[in-house]
Design a protein around this ligand. Structure first.
Ligand code: DX5
Ligand code: ZN
Length: 217
């Protein structure tokens, strides 16, 4: 079964609790929490205090935190304390400290996800596959919701899945950006088992039907 991670980047932030409740009622499995620092990516979103409040309002939800920030090790503990279950960080943010950053996130007690942007070869994550709970493959350049899916993402997912199979390891593979029913299907066939949906989920006429369709992939 494929898990639907609902990106709250497209939410009405004045009504975040209500919007999240609706996404969960529609069938979202996970809340995907995008953190942008205006430095690693050219946009600023929200930080740990917002997650603290959301977690207090909805404590039983799985929070998949996607750090698009320059110094993930420095802030990992803040997000863990705020209620993160899994912390993703970008390999491009810490090219010379990937192992140390994995260890720093692991130290917080959260699950660890390593993320690659579209221009990073999938082979970049291969040395770390044994240590990861999840690999997050971006389907768009990180920074903004509502962008068009980059088609080469599918072969990137397939390359990571093939290497996992070859090595006998099984981190989950998640895809983020540009996911709709069509691209979700392609990614699931290539080996992804968690799909982030932001704008497609918020815009859907029938969110329950959309979540059901993606979860069945
Ligand atoms: C982009 C974010 C995504 C974004 C996805 O940098 O990481 O999580 O919210 O939005 P959609 O589904 O609209 O591409
Ligand atoms: Zn994201």
């Amino acid at each position: 079964m494929t898990k639907v991670a609902a990106s709250i980047l497209s939410a009405d932030f004045a009504n975040l609790h209500k919007d999240c409740t609706r996404l969960l009622e529609a069938g979202a499995d996970v809340m995907h929490f995008d953190v942008m620092d205006g430095h690693f990516v050219p946009n600023i979103s929200y930080g740990a205090p917002v997650l603290t409040c959301l977690h207090a309002a909805l404590p039983d939800v799985f929070y998949d935190v996607h750090l698009m920030i320059s110094d993930p090790a420095r802030y990992a503990q803040d997000f863990a304390a705020a209620g993160a279950n899994l912390i993703n960080f970008h390999i491009e943010a810490v090219p010379n400290h990937v192992g140390q950053t994995i260890a720093a996130v692991r130290e917080t007690g959260c699950l660890v996800g390593l993320t690659i942007s579209p221009s990073t070869p999938p082979q970049a994550v291969f040395p770390y596959l044994d240590e990861l709970d999840l690999v997050l493959v971006m389907g768009v350049e990180p920074g903004f919701g509502g962008q068009k899916f980059i088609p080469t993402t599918v072969s990137r997912v397939a390359a990571i899945k093939a290497e996992c199979n070859r090595r006998g390891v099984s981190p989950r593979i998640e895809v983020d950006g540009g996911i709709n029913t069509e691209t979700a299907s392609l990614c699931a066939q290539a080996g992804a088992s968690v799909l982030v949906m932001g704008s497609a989920f918020f815009k859907a006429q029938d969110r329950t039907a959309l979540a059901k369709q993606v979860r069945a992939l």
